[in-house]
Design a protein around this ligand. Structure first.
Ligand SMILES: *Cc1c(COP(=O)(O)O)cnc(C)c1O
Length: 378
């Protein structure tokens, strides 16, 4: 069994992908071909954002969005302690300082209460000027944006969305990628909408931010490519990846997202009978199901389940084994021990199970059986 079966997806979309990519190879339009503009238009339309600016990776998308909002040296940005390193890395690349906050008690996303506590603390101590909150949508579920927006407004800070894992997720009718001043997503191959290499995009309704991101991603260009008004970088999405994404976006909208939702429901019903915690999705929230991640009682039990799954030929992964605050690259930030401890507790208990839209019910059955046998049933 594959953890995320990209080969099955390719087999289903092979013809469409070949047709689109061959055209580009024949015409040699590798950079900024018309597929890039077409993709940006379609993505913006799907997400419900005024602008979509594609770029070379989700990490770049995050950094470009922050830089466009003038975040840099001397600024603090509140970020989740439980996420992929790139969330905090992008902040550090701008010269700003990440301030880690623990996950919420019942889920995997940043605790809104913790965010407010950090803003309050900074206000009292005045050590660092917090300029923004960057929340991440873990495993596909949008963070608690209604609450985060309220807090950001109250403390007069910007809000950004790391939607690298949540393309297709939503709260009510508002799609992931449309929260905050700007949002970033990733097209890394194993994300909900992935290309065949690295890729990412920034979404925003703000004309000024959009213009800055467009300029920064292409050598700080001004009115044209050979007019340079600032130092930017080279972070374009190439035409071939845009073509792959156009083919995949059509399938994603047509059936993949629904199929993922269905597999997640099957897992949740079946695993409801096993002694573990299934992901909790609040009312009106919809996950894009980048991962199906369960919680065990402790590390020993998690290790046991992972071993039994492996013996049955079933892959599983720990996302993420370590709080960002205890990564070597972040130790100098001296995060309060209680925040790291809370995050570490979650890190010790999580396990992501095989999951993708092309998974069969029979395959979920195999996974669930090992869970019943190892953990017992309720
Ligand atoms: C994958 C990921 C990123 C980075 O995306 P890349 O395209 O790999 O650069 C950032 N944040 C989160 C939460 C991610 O999962």
């Amino acid at each position: 069994m594959e953890f995320r079966d990209l080969k099955r997806q390719y087999n289903a979309l092979r013809e469409e992908i070949s047709k689109r990519t061959e055209r580009i190879l024949e015409e040699s339009r590798f950079i900024q071909g018309r597929e890039v503009a077409e993709l940006e238009e379609k993505l913006a339309d799907y997400v419900g954002a005024k602008h979509c600016i594609t770029c070379s990776s989700g990490t770049d998308a995050l950094r470009l969005a922050l830089q466009a909002a003038d975040i840099g040296e001397g600024d603090g940005v509140i970020v989740p302690d439980f996420t992929f390193f790139a969330t905090a890395e992008a902040v550090m690349q701008t010269g700003a300082v990440p301030i880690f906050t623990e996950p919420e008690e019942n889920g995997y996303n940043i605790s809104a209460k913790g965010v407010e506590r950090e803003l309050c603390r900074a206000e009292k101590e005045g050590s660092v000027r917090i300029k923004a909150v960057l929340a991440a949508d873990m495993f596909g579920l949008p963070a608690n944006y209604p609450e985060l927006e309220r807090i950001a407004k109250k403390y007069n800070v910007l809000l950004f969305e790391d939607g690298a894992q949540s393309f297709g997720g939503k709260i009510g009718e508002q799609k992931a990628g449309s929260f905050g001043a700007a949002a970033a997503t990733s097209f890394f191959p194993s994300k909900p909408l992935g290309c065949y290499g690295d890729g990412g995009a920034v979404f925003t309704d703000d004309d000024g931010l959009a213009e800055q991101v467009r300029s920064l991603r292409e050598h700080g260009k001004g009115s044209d490519k050979y007019d340079n008004v600032r130092v930017g970088c080279n972070s374009r999405l190439d035409t071939l990846q845009a073509a792959v994404l156009l083919a995949k976006l059509a399938a994603y909208k047509r059936y993949e997202l629904d199929a993922a939702q269905k597999i997640a429901e099957i897992y949740s019903v079946k695993l409801g009978a096993a002694k573990l915690e299934t992901p909790k999705i609040p009312t009106l929230f919809y996950s894009a199901w980048a991962q199906y991640t369960v919680k065990l009682q402790n590390k020993t039990q998690r290790e046991e389940l992972q071993r039994e799954l492996k013996n049955a030929g079933i892959p599983s992964n720990v996302y993420y084994p370590k709080p960002l605050s205890s990564q070597k690259a972040c130790l100098h930030l001296q995060t309060p021990a209680d925040i790291t401890e809370k995050t570490q507790n979650l890190c010790d208990r999580v396990l992501s199970l095989p999951f993708h839209p092309y998974m069969t019910e029979w395959e979920t059955e195999q996974v669930c059986r090992v869970c019943y046998d190892t953990l017992g049933t309720v």
